[in-house]
Design a protein around this ligand. Structure first.
Ligand code: ADP
Ligand code: MG
Length: 318
């Protein structure tokens, strides 16, 4: 749905914000880009709808190469791409309804049609009854709901989100993430979101990329990344002290549930299992995590081979 290839952005100041970024976002998925401040995330997002003109590289959204369009073509294509922001970017002198109607006015939608569409949108985001409130009278979560309703006014297929939950408290963040997930499912909306918060990736994303210094360091579905030995995402989700102590083995479990692995090791191989640390969670209902152990005994090598056979991912520190 979104295909970014060889994207570079060098600002006039000489800052290389994007240094050859490739990204593939599939239709109907929620794709999260994780990275620290200054990694180039916002620049990437602004290049996806060409608010920022990339220095080189191509951006294709819904089969249309945006980087080759003229201004009129681009304006039309942008109707299919909504965007929400960390600080909501609402017009303070307009009511909730006025804010949501704004893009419809710009697109020349007749008044009556606008009114009906605004009503639908407010209901979609759970803000019925707030139509005539002003932004200053709303909580942060309600403001972001207005931002989402406005972004969806023109029925886009793609929604871009730049740290949309970063200004919100944890409870409100979860409710906005739940709303994005529902819109993704009900409308088939493809969502590209950027965040510096791991838990956002963990709670709603199907796929993820990790950015650093203008480059994508790894990307793929969350399941693929967790199953990839040494993946940065796995280390971020399941932090353990690094570097691992020599002689230890870090075992990543990705869904091999219900197996009493540790007790089988002890029984079958007569080894001692010293547990050094662990971090476990449920992702999409599946227990996933990392366990760091040290095995002592003559049959340690066989025991490790047994774990590998069971599909566990092993990282041995020497
Ligand atoms: P992130 O969103 O990951 O924090 P940004 O894309 O905002 O990262 O910034 C990436 C780099 O580009 C930073 O070094 C930043 O200072 C620089 N940068 C961002 N926007 C501009 C701009 N308009 N002009 C010059 N440099 C910029
Ligand atoms: Mg940013």
């Amino acid at each position: 749905m979104i295909h970014v290839s060889g994207l570079r952005k060098v600002y006039g100041t000489g800052v290389v914000a994007l240094d050859g970024v490739d990204l593939d976002v599939r239709e109907g998925e929620i794709f999260g880009v994780l990275g620290q401040s200054g990694a180039g995330k916002s620049t990437l997002l602004r290049c996806v709808n060409l608010l920022e003109r990339p220095t080189s590289g191509t951006v294709t959204v819904a089969g249309q190469e945006l980087t080759s369009l003229d201004l009129a073509g681009l304006r039309r294509a942008r109707q299919g791409i909504g965007m929400i922001h960390q600080h909501f970017a609402l017009l303070s002198s307009r009511t909730v309804a006025g804010n949501v109607a704004f893009p419809l006015e710009v697109a020349g939608v007749p008044r009556r049609e606008r009114g009906a569409r605004v009503g639908e949108l407010l209901e979609l985001v759970g803000l019925q009854g707030k139509a005539s409130a002003y932004p200053a009278q709303l909580s942060g979560g309600q403001k972001q709901r207005v931002g989402i309703a406005r972004a969806l006014a023109a029925r886009p297929k793609v929604l871009l989100s730049d740290e949309a939950t970063s200004a919100l408290d944890p409870g409100t963040t979860q409710s906005i993430l739940a709303l994005l997930k529902r819109l993704n499912e009900e409308l088939g909306l493809t969502i590209l979101l950027i965040t510096h918060e791991m838990h956002v990736i963990k709670s709603v994303c199907d796929s993820a990329a990790i950015m650093r210094d203008g480059r994508v360091e790894e990307s793929g579905t969350v399941a693929e990344l967790i199953a990839r030995p040494g993946s940065l995402l796995t280390r971020e989700i399941f932090p353990l002290p690094e570097p691992a102590p020599p002689g230890s083995v870090t075992v990543t479990f990705a869904g091999q549930s219900g197996e009493p692995v540790v007790s089988s090791l002890v029984r079958k191989f007569d080894v001692d299992v010293d547990i050094l640390g662990g971090s476990l969670e449920e992702l999409a209902g599946v227990p996933v995590g990392r366990l760091r152990v040290r095995l002592e005994g003559r049959n340690s090598a066989e025991a490790l081979a047994y774990l590998r056979e069971r599909g566990l991912i092993l990282e041995e520190a020497r």
